[in-house]
Design a protein around this ligand. Structure first.
Ligand SMILES: Nc1nc2c(c(=O)[nH]1)N[C@H]1C(S)=C(S)[C@@H](COP(=O)(O)O)O[C@H]1N2
Ligand SMILES: [Mo]
Length: 347
């Protein structure tokens, strides 16, 4: 498949950390071949000092930091939106475009501080060497985040994933990790950081990764139209039982994850077997990190025959997942955070 994309099965959603070889992969162009030895990161724009740093410079000059963070593609669960109405030209991701790793590197904020951000700066833009033919016109992959998020301590320039050198397919030798934001902002093969007084004009920031009205044609989108996606919306999914599973009638263990965006956390997860008329409170398992998914489990009674098991999460701002994918359908198929659903057949 070109660009190379990969999604693990639903069961991969049950582990605290996702093994590197099971971590989902999302690319918009060919994986660039980059030499860690000759790699340099440029920091320029509205800074007092432009910087050019090798991986060795980053290691020597800055304090190392580690963050356990989930990455979730904004296209995760798009398949559920496509069932409502077709979405041409976008990948039909199932539940697997969500994975969690321990990322190690240095703080983006520490590097920006060394460069000296000027008062007029509002955004920090990122650019990578991979060229995407999916962009209009074809261009390097890029994006930006607002200044305050860029300076937050959880945002990393990472060269390690689960204690291993960052594999090329995940952005090695160096990638950005923006915990709590859609995966698209975590720019891989990061080569250039530009501090500026406006968001990135890159296609993937200005015209894509945006929620447009249902009757809108994204092909004619002007820069800046639609709702730009940054912080992710509260979401949850069911990992066990599998969709379509045959289960014994009676008490059934349901397991899954829930994820809240930016600095929100998961406050509650509920499971229903009667289409949401009544809910069983799930047990929230240990908090792995403020930036990672929260696993949960519940035991529900499943009668003989077919049953749809649904789950929904609430975040700390009392936002709850919407019932139906039709409520959130949008032309690019982003952020399907409707109730998680699996069908089981009990005997
Ligand atoms: N340079 C570059 N960075 C990128 C992308 C890309 O295509 N090129 N894809 C983005 C998207 S949409 C996602 S969801 C994440 C996926 O990261 P992963 O492949 O390590 O899972 O990387 C982001 N960073
Ligand atoms: Mo993504």
């Amino acid at each position: 498949m070109d660009p190379y994309n990969a999604e693990p099965p639903r069961q991969a959603l049950t582990s605290d950390l996702t093994p590197v070889d099971a971590f989902y992969v999302r690319n918009h162009g060919p994986v660039p071949s980059v030499e860690a030895g000759s790699w340099r990161l440029t920091v320029d724009g509205l800074v007092d000092r432009s910087l050019s740093l090798s991986i060795g410079d980053l290691r020597r000059q800055f304090r190392s930091r580690e963050v356990v963070s989930t990455l979730q593609c904004a296209g995760n669960r798009r398949a559920g939106l496509i069932e409502v109405r077709e979405i041409p030209g976008e990948d039909p991701w199932g539940s697997g475009a969500t994975s969690t790793a321990t990322w190690s590197g240095v703080g983006l904020g520490d590097v920006l501080e060394a460069a000296g951000i000027q008062p007029a700066a509002t955004d920090v833009a990122f650019e990578a060497p991979d060229v995407s033919q999916l962009a209009d016109p074809p261009q390097h992959y890029g994006g930006s985040v607002g200044r305050s998020k860029a300076e937050a301590p959880e945002v990393l320039l990472a060269w390690e994933m689960n204690g291993e050198p960052l594999p090329s397919v995940h952005g090695g030798p160096l990638r950005l990790v923006v915990p709590g934001y859609i995966g698209a902002r975590s720019v891989k093969w990061l080569q250039r950081i530009t501090v500026q007084d406006h968001p990135s004009t890159n296609y993937f920031q200005a015209r894509s990764y945006r929620v447009f009205p249902a009757d809108f044609d994204p092909a004619v989108a002007e820069s800046g139209e639609g709702i730009s996606l940054g912080a992710i919306a509260v979401n949850a999914d069911i990992a066990v039982p599998n969709d379509g599973a045959a289960v014994p009638a009676g008490p059934t263990l349901v397991r899954g994850y829930a994820l809240a965006g930016d600095d929100r956390c998961i406050a509650r997860v509920e499971v229903s077997t009667d289409g949401g008329r009544s809910w069983t409170q799930a047990v929230l398992e240990h908090e792995l990190s403020p930036w990672a998914w929260r696993h949960w489990h519940a035991t529900v009674e499943v009668p003989v025959g077919p049953t749809e098991v649904v789950a929904r999460a609430w975040d700390s701002a009392a936002c709850v997942q919407p019932r139906e994918p039709a409520e959130v359908w949008n032309p690019k198929g982003y952020v399907n955070n409707s109730w998680a659903r699996v069908s089981v057949n009990a005997s």
